[in-house]
Design a protein around this ligand. Structure first.
Ligand code: SAH
Length: 229
């Protein structure tokens, strides 16, 4: 696999001068936990997660824990973010092409994705979080991240076809619109309720002849809901 261009870690603010050291430790743990994709590890090392949570929670930003982001929603654990993006990028020789993220939330995962994909379309159904993500992402100046307020269950046809679709919210099944908007060769990674009634990570690979579906480990994501609120 081609290595990502090496870039200096950004100097931080908010957590003191050593936030890049704290992040480097988090990246070390992710590697120990089995994350291997150098692009993913580097992106996780670059994005300052503490800037996406309330000040009172900033001290926990680099622990492997999910954190509240308001309106009853949560930012996923770093390990889950890294794992899902690694699955999304499976077999990609370099940067992924266009990616669709369902559930922008606070914008953290969109920022990570911006370093491993050429374009990121991220859709959120809650206006309050869409606005929060816009504010959070502004200082990062990521011109390849496009935030959309809308119902992600319909996908976002304007950016299709996507090399990858990643959902941060779990439904009963994967909406047909996502399968339609996936490019041939592309992958979809989403928490989905499986036959056992529990939520698991599902990876769908679109091939020239159909879809390969893999059901992986159990996960706990917020529910996928329809409509804008
Ligand atoms: N990736 C986010 C995680 C947010 S939690 C981050 O890094 O912070 C999942 C998000 O999915 C919530 O904000 C929730 O409002 C949103 N969501 C649920 N159903 C949705 C839908 N149909 N369309 C768009 N967003 C949805």
């Amino acid at each position: 696999m081609r290595q990502p261009p090496s870039q200096a870690l950004p100097v931080s603010s908010g957590l003191g001068l050593d936030s890049s050291a704290v992040r480097a430790r988090m990246v070390g743990k992710l590697a120990e936990q089995g994350v291997q994709d150098a692009w993913v590890l580097q992106a996780m090392g670059r994005v300052e997660r503490h800037r996406f949570v309330e000040t009172a929670l900033a001290g926990q930003a680099y622990e492997d824990t999910s954190l509240p982001i308001g309106l009853g929603q949560t930012i996923s654990k770093p390990n889950v973010v890294a794992r899902m993006i690694e699955l999304l990028r499976q077999d990609a020789p370099g940067k992924l092409g266009r990616v669709l993220e369902i559930g922008t939330g606070c914008g953290y995962q969109a920022a990570v994705l911006s370093h491993v994909a050429t374009e990121v379309y991220s859709i959120e159904r809650l206006r309050g979080l869409h606005e929060k993500a816009k504010k959070n992402l502004l200082p990062f100046r990521l011109p390849n991240v496009h935030l959309i307020l809308g119902d992600g269950m319909l996908g976002f046809p304007k950016g299709a076809p996507y090399a990858g679709i990643i959902s941060a919210a779990g439904g009963e099944d994967v909406p047909v619109a996502w399968l339609d908007q996936l490019a041939v060769g592309g992958r979809l990674v989403a928490p989905t309720v499986t036959a056992s009634g529990q939520q698991a990570l599902v990876v769908i690979h679109k091939t020239a002849t159909g879809f390969d579906r893999q059901v992986l480990e159990a996960v706990h994501f917020v529910p996928l809901k329809s409509g804008v609120a």
